[in-house]
Design a protein around this ligand. Structure first.
Ligand code: NAD
Length: 327
């Protein structure tokens, strides 16, 4: 169970004392953490940047192309304007947006107090990012990953600070979803883990503690089991994706069905999660059919591509399929 914020601060201060004051003056409670670097400005990275700016952190948001960070800033602005119109921001949206600087490289890594990697779900890419971030950031900066499925320990292996590497697994769309799994790698120190919990709480999110590092952590193992069955049933023609989603919403009280969730997350990301599960001995949590891979190869990546299990307008609204359209 998650501890309340006060309890986390208490735990942190006793851990600091037992560590001989090594972490003096670095708690999140004291707001010494001011600057955050987010690596990857896609669906998740842009959302994490937005909620961090809303929590008054200075945010550097990096991606490999300026066009991607430009698009991210536009989307964050759209989201902030909507929140402001609903009275859900405590300050003008312009002020929040001004805290986010787009970056085209990792040169800000040394100045920041936290780093969150939210790049494409590919182990080799993440390993090489962790190797580089380890070399160019301050040695005491925690390195967090938003991976959906890759064990933290495998990414930490590429660093000289495995005790400072942890998982912060956000859920999308980040500004709307209240949950973040905080994942302990084999070598993550207790103090860094607690600081991860405190960081999540400082964003107004609820942490779920994952004490042991397994592929898919907790939530994606449970979701993958449901998605595996749903995909296999649809691929065998036993039910449609629409009917499965309606069934899970009305029958089990889910807010969204598995195919709606998969379309929002991106079918390319779902396929990569399935591949990781298979490669790391959790193949029972990946679909036995290759329906998702087939859809990805046809460019049906979900909402972001305008087509996945459902069809979407350019504003991202769900729309009916065209007559005779291949679905
Ligand atoms: P995305 O495809 O929307 O964004 C990934 C971004 O990473 C892209 O913009 C890409 O250009 C960028 N990138 C690639 N290589 C890079 C590099 N070397 N340096 C910096 N940026 C680089 O994917 P996403 O959905 O935002 O997923 C990002 C991470 O978050 C993945 O690990 C994914 O598994 C995880 N995640 C996704 C979801 C979801 O619902 N989509 C939920 C939780 C976690």
């Amino acid at each position: 169970m998650s501890l309340p914020r006060k309890e986390v601060d208490k735990k942190l201060s006793s851990l600091r004392e037992s560590a001989g004051g090594e972490e003096e003056g670095k708690t999140l409670g004291e707001k010494v953490v001011k600057k955050v670097l987010i690596v990857g400005a896609g669906f998740m990275g842009s959302g994490i940047a937005q909620v961090s700016a809303q929590a008054e952190y200075q945010v550097h948001l990096m991606d490999i192309q300026t066009a991607i960070t430009d698009r991210a800033i536009k989307e964050i602005r759209w989201s902030l304007e909507k929140l402001a119109a609903k009275g859900l921001l405590k300050e003008p949206w312009e002020k929040v947006l001004a805290r986010i600087s787009p970056e085209k490289d990792l040169s800000k890594a040394f100045e920041v107090d936290w780093i969150i990697e939210a790049a494409t779900e590919a182990e080799e890419l993440k390993r090489s990012l962790f190797r580089e971030l380890d070399q160019i950031s301050r040695p005491d900066t925690p390195l967090a990953t938003n991976t959906s499925s890759i064990p933290i320990t495998r990414l930490a292996q590429n660093t000289l600070r495995p005790e400072r590497v942890l998982g912060l697994h956000f859920f999308g769309p980040v500004p709307l979803m209240g949950l973040v799994e905080v994942v302990k790698g084999e070598k993550t120190s207790a103090i860094v883990f607690e600081r991860g919990v405190a960081f999540v709480q400082s964003l107004g999110k609820t942490p779920v503690r994952v004490e042991r590092d397994i592929p898919g952590f907790v939530m994606n193992r449970i979701f993958s089991a449901a998605l595996r069955e749903a995909v296999d049933l649809v691929d065998q023609g036993i039910a449609t994706a629409e009917d499965v989603d309606v069934g899970m919403r009305l029958g089990y009280g889910w807010n969204a069905g598995p195919f709606e969730i998969a379309d929002n997350a991106g079918l390319d990301t779902c396929a990569r999660v399935g591949q990781t599960m298979k490669a790391l001995g959790a193949g029972h949590l990946a679909p036995s059919s290759n329906l998702i891979e087939r859809m990805v190869s046809e460019g049906r990546l979900g909402r972001k591509a305008g087509k996945g299990f459902y069809r979407y307008s350019s504003e991202g609204k769900r729309v009916p399929w065209e007559k005779n359209e291949n679905r």
